[in-house]
Design a protein around this ligand. Structure first.
Ligand code: G4P
Length: 194
């Protein structure tokens, strides 16, 4: 088991409805030393890529993307969620549907912060159905930027997102892939990774 899998076993809890709660160290209270380690691990995994920007989506993606951007020595940009339908021409827009929250948001990134010279590493905390990542990929496409790869802290391997993104040909690295969990026993099974 790697450091994140060990921490999930130690401090994560399984809730009914296949929800993994990690709000005591990852997405509410944050263990900043763990976030730094996540930053170093993504740097190691994507060290062969020439990254010019790290892109994520608010809110909890920001905390993961920040140490990654620091490791690469590049800016971090986060897509903002916007309910507004009146969006001006200065932003790239993608529509993102949340299956968990059963709502739709426009996500926007200012055209000033992403362009066709950029080589982007997309980072997020969770990958479930992949709608958020597909929105970020679509924003990169609109900007003409190159997506070098995608880094996720926790992938829920039994939901479709990971398969969809890999089938599109993207390099996707997840630090922990949960293949199954049991709310009654609290058991969490991780996919074996090289
Ligand atoms: P998707 O982004 O992969 O399509 O997934 P989905 O719509 O199903 O997820 C919606 C939100 O729920 C996302 O946060 C995602 O990170 C989060 N999520 C999904 N499964 C789990 C889980 O098992 N545990 C926890 N803790 N979160 C989960 P969001 O609302 O878009 O972002 P944020 O504002 O909370 O950062």
């Amino acid at each position: 088991m790697n450091f994140l899998e060990e921490r999930i076993i130690k401090d994560g809890t399984v809730k009914p409805g296949n929800v993994l709660k990690v709000d005591n160290f990852l997405n509410h209270q944050m263990d900043v030393a763990l976030l730094d380690e996540i930053g170093r691990e993504f740097k190691r995994r994507f060290n062969d890529c020439k990254i010019t920007k790290v892109l994520t989506i608010e809110a909890s993606g920001i905390a993961i993307a920040y140490p990654v951007a620091r490791e690469f020595g590049v800016p971090m940009v986060f897509a903002k969620k916007s309910k507004s339908v009146n969006i001006d021409g200065d932003v790239y827009v993608a529509e993102v549907e949340s299956f968990t929250h059963k709502n739709k948001n426009n996500v926007i990134v200012s055209k000033r912060f992403l362009n066709s010279d950029d080589h982007v590493l997309i980072i997020d905390d969770f990958l479930a159905n992949g709608c958020a990542l597909q929105g970020l990929i679509s924003i990169c496409e609109s900007a003409g930027a190159t997506v070098e790869g995608l880094g996720i802290a926790i992938e829920k391997g039994f939901q479709i997102g990971g398969r969809v993104i890999r089938n599109l040909g993207y390099r996707l690295e997840s630090l922990a892939i949960v293949d199954g969990m049991n709310a009654e026993t609290g058991e969490i099974n991780f996919r074996e990774q090289k």
